[in-house]
Design a protein around this ligand. Structure first.
Ligand code: C2E
Ligand code: MG
Ligand code: MG
Length: 582
């Protein structure tokens, strides 16, 4: 016992945690006490019934009471076996004790009664004692090998630290018991360049050195908190901090691990400095499940790495998740571009008499499972990731190839409208791209319309106007998209070399609900006409909206009421139907 306690004192916090992880679950004390009670009752019943000569009638037959002794003896033996199997050392000691006490009592009974009827009971007892010892020794062996297996499964081979499995087990345990902790994800900065410049072997040695510095902080309890450091994989580590009184204390602890890297690493003849990024999430404030906490601490770690500042520690905040979701969406866009999962739909535009004017090409994207993702999600992600020009160009090429072919076949005088993001338009080769798609599709500039938003004027008016002029020189028309959602400054209309104004759906939605809204839209249309613009109403969904727009002089209609975005095939059929004589 004493040696055990001594061992426990010598054991580091980390080893104690691992011990706890490897321990076999024992039955609760209450189960042990119930088994013991059942055993005592059965044993007493055996001694009371064993010598009795009385007979009772059972199921219509006379039965001697002493025959019940055998039944209760079996129950008491069963209790003994269950205690040894399920109640650990406590069960074993109690079983041996009661069996040892019982033997001399049975022997005394035999001597006192002077007959040998209780002799089988004595042998039964001794046999049970042997079985109990056998089960206990076997249990110990099983526990030892289970512990060894558990240690192997929970230890990182390279650094000797516990691994991701151990970290997950500990997090699950802490969540189960509702114990507050901080989950810290650590990633060594620029570790790839250490590996690339100095070789894999040196990289491994650097990891071992870093792990040993961190281990001594955790083992030595230097931080004042209870720390558990593990290596997850590659250059990624995880730290679980417990027993802190404030968040400042968590940061103080993490700072200690950061400072441990300030001293140069000496690997063979080389000396170099390493540093790491630390992201942390607190339980329960920042997440209630293991997955949420890990995801959140990783998001914080990635963000601080991305910012690339002198500060290397960041607490998770819910705004970061957007960045993380954004990253996921960016990857989806990249993947869709690589695997040709970007397509287009064509939404028809009509003049007010329902004659087909043309189509707006709208980008469509599918993820790896074939599920469609809305442009409202993937367009902003593509813009942020610098992928919008590739995405736009894919849509332009596919839509213009189809469109060029259909006007050649039908001779229809229709227009293809394409959306251009500000970032894309500002690129120096935008004009070349437009030239390329016109040539490839065999279309003249008059068949193309480029939709831009007002924001272009704010971002870079001069450069934008220069680019738009080059487009109009090629015969391409410019439309101002989503008018009303941005600055809605009519003064821009004078500066833009454009001739089409698209009034945003949000105005059309209210046009039949509020008189003032209809008046406002009417004023925009009149002014646009004065400035020589044609007006398209976007998102027309109802007859009533259409009637009002017709009354107030709108030129063109786009919306679900007259046409949803169509597949190329359906758009082709609509052109053939609209221009039958061509
Ligand atoms: P947008 O250019 O204003 O396109 C019109 C959007 O309104 C389309 O949504 C269209 O499906 C939707 N719409 C049209 N009529 C109705 C209607 O009656 N009811 C309703 N509820 N919606 C209607 P979509 O396809 O989701 O596109 C959203 C936005 O994504 C577009 O707005 C445009 O800004 C952008 N986008 C789409 N394709 C491209 C592209 O190829 N390149 C770039 N840069 N942006 C694109
Ligand atoms: Mg548009
Ligand atoms: Mg629009």
């Amino acid at each position: 016992m004493n040696r055990n306690r001594e061992n426990n004192v010598k054991k580091t916090i980390m080893e104690q945690t691992l011990d706890r992880l490897g321990k076999r679950e024992e039955a609760p004390v209450i189960v042990f006490l119930l088994l013991l009670l059942l055993y005592v009752i059965s044993a007493l019943t055996v001694s009371l019934t064993a010598g009795s000569q009385r007979v009772v009638v059972f199921g219509g037959n006379p039965v001697s009471i002493y025959t019940f002794a055998g039944v209760f003896a079996s129950v008491s033996n069963l209790c003994i076996v269950l205690m040894v199997v399920f109640c650990g050392t406590r069960g074993f000691i109690a079983s041996v004790a009661v069996l040892l006490v019982q033997c001399p009592m049975i022997l005394a009974g035999i001597i006192a009664r002077g007959n040998l009827t209780s002799m089988p009971g004595l042998f039964g007892n001794l046999l049970t004692l042997i079985v109990v010892c056998f089960i206990h020794v076997n249990n110990r062996k099983l526990d030892d090998s289970r512990q060894k297996l558990r240690e192997q499964a929970s230890t990182d081979v390279l650094t000797g630290l516990p691994n991701g499995f151990a970290s997950t087990e500990l997090i699950n345990g802490l969540i189960r018991e509702n114990i507050p902790f901080a989950a810290v994800t650590i990633d060594i900065n620029n570790f790839k360049s250490i590996n690339d410049l100095m070789g894999f072997d040196m990289g491994n040695k650097a990891l071992v050195e870093i792990a040993s510095r961190w281990r001594s902080i955790a083992d030595g309890g230097l931080s004042g908190t209870n720390d558990f450091i593990t290596r997850i994989n590659g250059d990624e580590f995880s730290l679980i901090v417990r027993d802190y009184s404030s968040e400042e204390e968590v940061v103080k602890t993490i700072r200690l691990y950061e400072q441990a890297l300030e001293e140069k690493l000496c690997i063979e003849r080389y000396e170099f400095v390493a540093n790491a990024s630390f992201g942390y999430a607190l339980f329960p404030e920042d997440g209630q499940t293991k997955d949420a906490l890990i995801t959140n601490s990783v998001a914080a770690m990635r963000e601080i790495k991305r910012i690339n500042s002198s500060e290397h520690i960041l607490h998770f905040s819910f705004n970061l998740l957007k960045t993380h979701e954004q990253l996921i969406m960016e990857n989806k866009v990249r993947d869709a571009l690589d695997h040709d999962r970007i397509g287009f739909r064509l939404q028809p535009q009509f003049d007010i008499s329902h004659r087909l004017r043309g189509f707006e090409a709208l980008a469509r994207m599918k993820d790896e499972n074939g599920d469609s993702i809305s442009p409202v999600e993937f367009i902003p992600a593509a813009e942020k990731a610098g992928l919008i020009d590739s995405l736009d160009l894919t849509v332009y090429r596919k839509a213009s190839a189809f469109f060029g072919e259909i006007i050649k076949r039908t001779g229809a005088d229709i227009v293809l409208c394409i959306n251009a993001s500000v970032k894309h338009l500002m690129k120096s080769d935008f004009i070349d791209e437009i030239r390329e798609i016109l040539t490839a599709g065999g279309m003249s500039g008059e068949h193309l319309e480029v939709e831009i938003t007002e924001s272009i004027m704010i971002e870079s008016a001069e450069k934008a106007i220069d680019c738009l002029k080059k487009l109009t020189d090629m015969g391409v028309r410019i439309a101002i998209d989503d008018f009303g959602t941005g600055y809605s400054s009519l003064s821009y209309l004078n500066i833009f070399p454009s001739e089409i104004l698209k009034i945003d759906k949000s105005f059309i939605d209210k046009i039949n609900e509020e008189e003032s809204e209809a008046k406002y839209v009417e004023a925009i249309i009149s002014l646009a006409h004065v400035l020589d613009y044609r007006v398209i109403a976007e998102g027309v969904e109802e007859q009533e909206q259409l009637d009002i727009l017709r009354r107030i002089g709108c030129d063109y209609i786009q919306g679900f009421f007259w046409g949803r975005p169509l597949s190329a095939e359906d758009a082709g059929a609509l052109v053939t139907e609209s221009f039958p004589s061509s």
